[in-house]
Design a protein around this ligand. Structure first.
Ligand code: UD1
Ligand code: MG
Length: 464
């Protein structure tokens, strides 16, 4: 079987982004551009993946720490051809094919990469280019062919005359090479262009002159070939990628009422028959079960939701684990590793932080639960507050199963409410409550009969 190595060019300065961050890490639909590429490359099962890093490379290397990649350093950055030259040492003796791709061409699908590779192998080419046909090819390198249609070179926009600029077939920046032929051709490129750089694209003309076979595969989906050099292109890529994500989910049985106002990140998974209302954001890594309803205007970040949950208008849920059959919102805020078991109900204006709620527990109205471990079938009354912070440290509130916490109860942590205990409304609980007990911690009501008449005479009150 022919072997495959992949080389991702990610060393460029990314000047046109005008950013302090490295371009390869800029996200498209919540996922760094280079991660989009690495994930698609992985589906081809390459033996090796090399990444050329240079500008702001500490950040790029740190972001890829968990990936199975080899780093090649390009310093200084003297062009895409120079970037590949820097990998020469690492590729010494590599006889397999080399798939070269750019970190700023993030949306090429694995199926397209596979077709490119298949074309390369079927045609026994020395180089095979991925090309796209654009109505407006401005900014891309153009694929120049001779009268017979054979590829003779790639000319950059900056170096092109009017005739070449009129060519609409562009170089995507994704190529497969026979590695030895590529390394040989790289020795012959010159920085004789407007930018004074060593262009990888120039190896195509070198190879053509050497009489080597240059093949091409043209994508039928030009949008996937977008190169992202500035933020206008980034926004365009974002829009297209978002549309693709919604279409994939729709095909998988998710109802999205208005895909144009729904923002779902690249790595989100959603079960069938879930219904997503307009204005919903589902960001980061989320796994949403089947048969949920979400929104309108709910905001979920890196959280998992079990089957059959109802997430209502204005719910904000981040970094939390939600069981099946839960009902959340309207307007609730769950954050920082909150864990809800099955059939939990969290209602309007309730905030939950670093807490766990057992199955069937309810906190329906206006509560704050922070650093709380709450058991099963607990009732949290309206306006209940855990005082988890003493000004220096956070403390735990533990409420055992089937406890009943009345409205407007203040729980001063650390405190423990035993199983099945009752706490009277309006209590300020500073001591543990044993299982099965009733705690009342409020001053007794005093009623003074006839007090108003004694105070104000026959008139009921001064304002009456
Ligand atoms: C490049 C291609 C162009 C193609 C376009 C597609 C060249 C000369 N031109 O142009 O034909 O149409 O991509 O999007 O290759 N990089 C390095 N080291 C460097 C310079 C760049 O690693 O010294 C990396 C960048 O990080 C980037 C990629 O190579 O990921 C492409 O560089 P960029 O400057 O964006 O090239 P384009 O002008 O877009
Ligand atoms: Mg580019």
């Amino acid at each position: 079987v022919a072997q495959l190595a992949a080389l991702v060019l990610a060393a460029g300065e990314g000047t046109r982004m005008k950013s302090r961050h490295p371009k390869p890490l800029m996200p498209v639909c919540g996922k760094p551009m280079i991660m989009h590429i690495l994930d698609q490359l992985e589906l081809l099962g390459p033996e090796r993946v090399l990444v050329v890093v240079g500008a702001r490379r500490e950040q790029v290397i740190a972001a890829l720490a968990q990936r199975r990649v080899e780093f090649v350093v390009q310093e200084p950055q003297r062009g895409t051809g120079h970037a590949v030259q820097c990998a020469q040492g690492a590729l010494e003796g590599w006889q397999g094919d080399l798939l070269v791709t750019c970190a700023d061409v993030p949306l090429v699908r694995a199926t397209t990469l596979q077709q490119l590779l298949d074309t390369h192998r079927q045609e026994r080419a020395a180089a095979t280019l991925l090309t796209a046909l654009y109505p407006d090819p401005t900014g891309y390198g153009r694929v120049v062919r001779d009268a017979a249609g054979a590829i003779v070179g790639i000319v950059e926009e900056r170096d092109a005359d009017a005739a070449v600029r009129a060519i609409r077939e562009v170089n995507v920046g994704v190529y497969v090479f026979q590695t030895p032929a590529l390394l040989e051709a790289l020795a012959h490129i010159e920085p004789s262009n407007v930018q004074g750089e060593l262009y990888l694209t120039d190896v195509v003309a070198v190879m053509a002159r050497q009489g080597l076979r240059i093949a091409a595969f043209q994508t039928d989906t030009p949008q996937e070939a977008m190169g992202i050099n500035d933020r206008v292109q980034l926004a365009r890529a974002e829009a297209w990628c978002r549309q693709q994500i919604c279409q994939r989910l729709l095909r998988d049985g998710v109802t999205i009422l208005d895909p144009t106002s729904t923002f779902i990140d690249a790595d989100v998974l959603i079960g069938a028959d879930t219904v997503i209302w307009p204005g919903v954001h589902i960001l980061g890594r989320c796994i949403i079960g089947a048969g949920c309803t979400i929104g309108p205007h709910a905001y979920l970040v890196s959280s998992n939701l079990g089957e059959g949950c109802a997430v209502q208008v204005g719910a904000v849920i981040s970094h939390s684990q939600i069981g099946a059959g839960c009902s959340l919102g309207p307007y609730c805020h769950l954050r920082d590793h909150t864990q809800l078991a099955d059939d939990v109900r969290v209602g309007s204006y309730t905030e939950i932080v670093r807490s766990s709620l057992g199955p069937g527990t309810k906190a329906l109205h206006f509560s704050y639960l922070g650093d709380a471990q709450i058991g099963a079938r607990v009732n949290i009354g309206a306006g209940c507050v855990t005082c988890n912070f003493d000004g220096r440290q956070k403390h735990l509130t533990v409420i055992d199963s089937r406890a009943f916490v009345g409205s407007d109860v203040i729980l001063v942590a650390p405190v423990h409410v035993g199983e099945g205990a009752y706490i009277a409304a309006g209590s300020v609980i500073t001591e543990d409550v044993p299982a099965g007990a009733l705690a009342i911690a409020r001053s007794r009501q005093i009623v003074k009969p006839e007090w108003v008449r004694r105070r104000f005479g026959d008139q009921l009150s001064p304002n009456a």
